[in-house]
Design a protein around this ligand. Structure first.
Ligand code: ATP
Length: 765
């Protein structure tokens, strides 16, 4: 049909009286053919395209089951695809993969908390266009610069549209000069002068537009990063359980800059090319309407052939970036850090790690080579198609020039037309990629904006604010149940009831994995209980601001985390008030840390390295205890606080902690496997598989002869001297210690038959 129209355009004898009508009808036929082609193609695509599965809470585009995705990593759990066929669910729009294991979990009731964690947003429905609109909204914050960029763009493109016309005039001037030097010279020089002026202006506006656009993009990226960081920093611990540091870094860096791309695409690709296409077509029709119709009749066949050929290459290319990305990610995962380098070196795994990396690199290279071959074929084909069109235009245009002896069409006009055709052709090809580019960058925007919109389960600023000085620290737990979002199948706490009056010490003991640390995390409000209530001074902690609750707490964890800064900065981190150097020194003396700090060359200014790598485990724990001395908390949680200390230091720090507790009258919850540290506690709770299976004082529990007694006798035989020594210390201290009367009010304990199954609890796990 299209070719027929082209031939008709060439051979039809146009009556000069009805030239406008006949020309318009001819042009209309061409438009209808093009519209018909695109509509038919859209309908066919709609009915024949493969339907993917849309799992909205995981990814915004449909996912397709694909095989052979070697070296691709799951975007939820970050694991690499395994198995003989490397199967995964893949998004064909953007670079997103979902491993079969994560796919299986998609329907769990906890799905909204799945993988990339609930990311509870503001309730707005998330679509590509939502994100696109929000990016435009973001850009509008810098609207004066944006408007300047737009104005420069319009001027720049208008000048570019004028250029072929002037180039044609220059050639016509040269030809006229050859025929009549007097007239031709002026024409040539005028055209030349205008052309040079236009080029100079175009260069200037192009620079201005580029500057304005770059400024908007950089400011946008900064604004996005600031918002992103503010959002991430206030997320709760549950969020970080499932979010990898690599993912967060990638969002802060790559995604944040990539999400500003739609602006680039909008200005440089969409708007710029639409202007060129419309302006070029107008000028081409002005130059020669017949040649324009002829040239446009071959657009549909060219587009169809190009699309059908580039489809397989597009599919192959869509797999390659992920592989390349994996190859980029792999060194990040495999590159040894200060701590992991030791794991790699012992036992020696250098060859294994190198092989893993070379595997990723080779797979990426394989995809790259395949793409290069397919891409080259498509390029060659499209070049031939373009050259064919150019030949047709030159052939028919040349005929017009020769037949009319330059009256219907001059040589300059033919050159002008050829240049307009090239302009339109390039604009048309660029526009074809605009939509894909927008979708691709909107995927990056989706990742970033979903994180910006994310709301923590426990909003630190929500709820009643506690005044530290008025907090007594009376804690009550009622029917506490809990399971981690990242492991929804296993219930960690199955119904815990207990009471911890102010100034008492509650020790949690029991087998490893029983849920002791989890219970402390709930008390610190790192997580919200799945069921039950935590009452602080008669108020449900759900109604209190978690930030203010935490400000009243001191916490010494099993693995002390220090920041890569000086010892003093680490100690005063998050103190929230001014402090003197003397205060810090006093705290360190009390925690038995002062001496080892002074032994270091720079004393309190010593930098401790990433995660405190330059300090021993015991030194880190003493610093953590010193932090508590400095903070003087109302509630103190000690999770194996002295496990990394030797017996001598442990006794000293333990003594220091006791005097601190005496001074502050804080409520203490301590977890310990070494029973010598718990015998002085007001109450001891034995936790097994998420339940309290025994509770009482040391003497009561030993007399009972149950699980705790077994723990003691086992440990006594292993470390008899430590326990006896501590007991003696208790006796000599008389009433000076924190042994307040046993205040444990045994509240109904949701025990199960598991209790009766507890035969032996190994304190060391
Ligand atoms: N962040 C987490 N995400 C998922 N599961 C977790 C997480 N932290 C702990 N668990 C699981 O919860 C259970 C209880 O762990 P918890 O650390 O509370 O035990 P514990 O009694 O303190 O053990 P230990 O004495 O060894 O420290 C374990 O099965 C553990 O695997």
């Amino acid at each position: 049909m299209s070719f027929y129209n082209g031939i008709k355009c060439i051979v039809y004898h146009y009556d000069p009286r009805f030239l406008v009508l006949q020309g318009t009808l001819q042009a209309l036929t061409m438009v209808i053919i093009n519209v018909e082609y695109f509509m038919l193609k859209t309908i066919l695509n709609k009915f024949t395209e493969e339907q993917g599965e849309l799992i909205a809470h995981i990814h915004m585009h449909p996912l397709f089951f694909e095989t052979g995705l070697k070296c691709h990593g799951c975007d939820i759990c970050s694991d690499q695809m395994k198995g003989p066929h490397y199967v995964a669910y893949r998004c064909r729009t953007c670079d997103f993969d979902l491993c079969p294991r994560c796919y299986k979990q998609k329907d769990k009731t906890s799905a909204k908390g799945f993988g990339a964690r609930s990311l509870r947003g503001n309730g707005e429905q998330i679509t590509t266009w939502t994100y696109f609109r929000r990016i435009v909204d973001l850009a509008m914050d810098f609207w004066p610069t944006l408007v300047a960029a737009l104005v420069c763009l319009v001027i720049m493109q208008s000048l570019q549209i004028l250029a072929p016309k002037l180039q044609g005039s220059i050639f016509d001037g040269i030809i006229a000069y050859l025929q009549n030097p007097g007239v031709g010279k002026d024409r040539f020089q005028d055209a030349m002068a205008t052309y040079v002026t236009i080029m100079v202006l175009q260069g200037a506006f192009s620079g201005l537009k580029s500057l304005a656009q770059e400024l908007v993009q950089r400011r946008m990226a900064c604004a996005v990063r600031l918002k992103l960081f503010a959002s991430v920093i206030r997320m709760d611990i549950a969020f970080f359980d499932t979010m990898h540091t690599g993912q967060l870094t990638s969002r802060m860096t790559n995604d944040a800059s990539q999400m500003t791309q739609p602006l680039n695409t909008l200005l440089n690709d969409l708007l710029a090319n639409v202007l060129l296409l419309v302006g070029g077509m107008f000028m081409a029709f002005r130059t020669s309407w017949k040649l324009s119709i002829l040239a446009l009749t071959i657009v549909p066949p060219i587009t169809y052939s190009y699309r059908s050929l580039s489809m397989p290459s597009g599919r192959a290319a869509s797999r390659a970036p992920s592989t390349a990305l994996t190859a980029k990610r792999t060194p990040r995962r495999r590159m040894p850090s200060a701590t992991s380098a030791r794991s790699v070196a012992s036992p020696p795994r250098h060859a294994f790690e190198s092989n893993k990396y070379s595997d990723s690199i080779n797979t990426a290279l394989g995809h790259g080579v395949k793409n290069a071959y397919v891409g080259a074929s498509v390029t060659a084909f499209s070049t031939y198609l373009n050259l064919g069109t150019a030949v047709l235009i030159l052939w028919y245009g040349g005929q017009l020039v020769c037949d009319s002896e330059g009256k219907i069409m001059s040589i300059g006009s033919l050159i002008t037309f050829q240049l307009y055709w090239n302009m339109m052709n390039n604009a048309f090809i660029s526009l074809g990629n605009v939509f894909n580019d927008l979708i691709r960058s909107s995927s990056a925007a989706e990742r970033v904006l979903s994180l910006i919109d994310a709301r923590p389960d426990v909003n630190p600023d929500e709820g009643e604010v506690l005044v530290r000085e008025t907090v007594k620290g009376h804690l009550k737990l009622r029917g506490i149940q809990f399971r981690y979002r990242s492991r929804p199948d296993s219930i960690v706490l199955k119904g815990i009831d207990m009471e911890m009056p102010p100034g008492t010490t509650t020790a949690l003991v029991g087998k490893s994995g029983g849920g002791k640390s989890t219970l402390v995390h709930l008390l610190m409000r790192f997580y919200e209980p799945t069921a039950g209530e935590i009452i602080l001074d008669g108020k449900d902690t759900k109604l209190l601001s978690s930030k203010s609750v935490r400000q009243c707490c001191g916490f010494v964890a099993q693995d002390t985390q220090l920041f890569s800064c000086s010892i003093e900065e680490n100690l005063s981190y998050g103190l929230g008030r001014d402090h003197s150097k003397e205060e810090v020194i006093e705290a360190c003396k009390a925690a038995n840390a002062h001496e080892f700090i002074l032994e270091m060359e720079e004393g309190y200014e010593t930098r401790v390295g990433e995660k405190g790598i330059m300090l021993s485990g015991g030194q880190k724990q003493r610093l953590a205890v010193a932090r508590c001395f400095l903070r003087k908390p109302r509630m103190l949680f000690l999770d194996e606080a002295t496990s990394a200390l030797d017996a001598e230091n442990e006794a000293i720090v333990q003594g220091a902690l006791e005097s601190l507790l005496l001074e502050l009258n804080s409520t203490v919850v301590l977890i310990a496997h070494r029973l010598s540290t718990v015998i002085n506690a007001t109450q001891i709770c034995v936790i097994h598989k998420g339940l309290i299976v025994e509770r009482g004082t040391h003497d009561e529990l030993v007399a009972k002869g149950g699980v705790y007694a077994q723990l003691v006798s086992r440990q006594l035989s292993r470390d008899a001297s430590a326990v006896i020594g501590a007991k003696k210390a208790k006796d000599t201290k008389n009433n000076q210690t924190l042994a307040t009367p046993m205040t444990c009010t045994t509240v109904s304990d949701s025990r199960s038959e598991e209790q009766s199954q507890v035969i032996y609890c190994d304190p060391a796990g």
